[in-house]
Design a protein around this ligand. Sequence first.
Ligand code: HEC
Ligand code: HEC
Ligand code: HEC
Ligand code: HEC
Length: 306
Amino acid sequence: MVKHIVFAVSSMAVVFQLGLFVYNFETAEWRGYQSTYYKKLAEVTNTPEIAKTSLKVQQVWDKDLDRPDRCTTCHGGVANPAFEGEPQPYTTHPHFKDQAFISKHPFEKFGCTICHEGSPHAVTVKATHGVVKHLDRQLLTGPYVQASCTKCHYELLNRDVYWPEAEVLMKGKQLAYELGCGACHAIRQFGTSPTVAPELSNAGSKTELSFSLVHDFSNLESEDHLMRVWEWEHFKQPRKIVPGHPDAPNPKDRTSPTIMPNWDLTDDEATALTVFVMSLRDPAVENIPPSYFPKVKEHEGFLQYR
Ligand code: HEC
Ligand code: HEC
Ligand code: HEC
Ligand code: HEC
């Protein structure tokens, strides 16, 4: 009996020690970034006291979406134009200066993950960047962030609309119209409804898990088994990614390679089309609170998707 108690107590102590170790390790990382940020801020503003600001996890608590965004724990300078020349994670957010478009989405209201996806809770570099296993919404960086604009700006998928702020998405949309994706795929946003190929209308709101259950990643070149990587490689070489099983031993199991055409797309075109596919959002899944929508007067036809 005594032995058991001793054993139980000592195993609890080990678990506690381990927990403390992990906790310290994770805390040290963001504390390092944050204290460097305050040192830089103290210099920029010529106010030495700022360097001694006590460190804590920063977050934008989004009441409507009921989630915290903790990115600013490390990305302290995103809303400070004076940090333009600083390295990541301190630098000013792109398109922030001179009241550019990002300033129309105040971070204290919008947070970060509404555009960038990723983990709203995590406070380590590893758990927020790159490929994060088991995360259903991976961090969007570079041009891929433009796949989020349509969560609110539905009119962007209207053929006549061109926004330079979402250049890659605009290119993808244009290609999608020109190459006639709607001839095979149902795309609600384009008003097409054929049934020869899977519907794409809500493709951008799928989770990594639901996608991975019905897609074969074994023919990918990349080791990053993500939805957007599958789509990108599928645009480059549809029949390499979906070769079917024309030689299956049992005739009943034989399937043909995909009929999706290979257009010899450039890397940039494949990226643009991937951004376009990921921008096809399901409003019911995104569930953006009405107070986050911009006021749109034109493009009536597109308001029905709200
Ligand atoms: C623990 C500190 C930390 C946290 C928390 C953090 N970041 Fe970062 N971030 C960094 C560092 C360091 C870099 C630069 C090095 C790198 O790319 O890994 C970076 C780079 C980036 C980049 C540019 C990377 C690229 O590939 O272009 C983006 C975008 C970004 N972070 C967004 C976010 C978002 C959104 C969140 C919240 C979901 C977040 N970060 C949370 C530290 C952090
Ligand atoms: C309205 C949408 C939106 C919101 C909100 C937003 N971002 Fe971004 N962010 C973008 C876009 C678009 C880009 C890509 C810019 C580009 O590549 O030109 C970007 C790029 C970045 C980069 C990469 C910069 C680089 O040099 O590569 C970082 C870091 C970043 N965002 C962090 C954040 C953080 C932290 C927040 C929250 C405080 C945030 N973003 C909120 C749209 C947004
Ligand atoms: C969560 C909803 C939401 C998301 C996501 C979003 N925006 Fe916005 N956007 C808004 C709101 C709200 C405004 C302010 C409109 C107003 O002032 O009436 C706005 C304004 C703008 C404006 C100024 C246009 C104007 O009519 O004033 C531009 C440009 C813009 N957004 C581009 C983007 C881009 C590019 C992205 C994707 C990287 C994006 N937005 C993502 C909600 C959003
Ligand atoms: C000739 C018909 C045809 C055309 C045109 C076509 N596709 Fe496809 N596409 C298919 C078929 C069939 C599949 C299912 C088999 C496969 O994955 O290749 C598919 C699969 C896809 C998938 C994977 C969807 C999923 O959930 O499995 C995406 C994304 C896609 N197509 C996007 C596009 C885009 C964007 C265009 C226009 C640039 C386009 N397709 C044009 C026939 C077509």
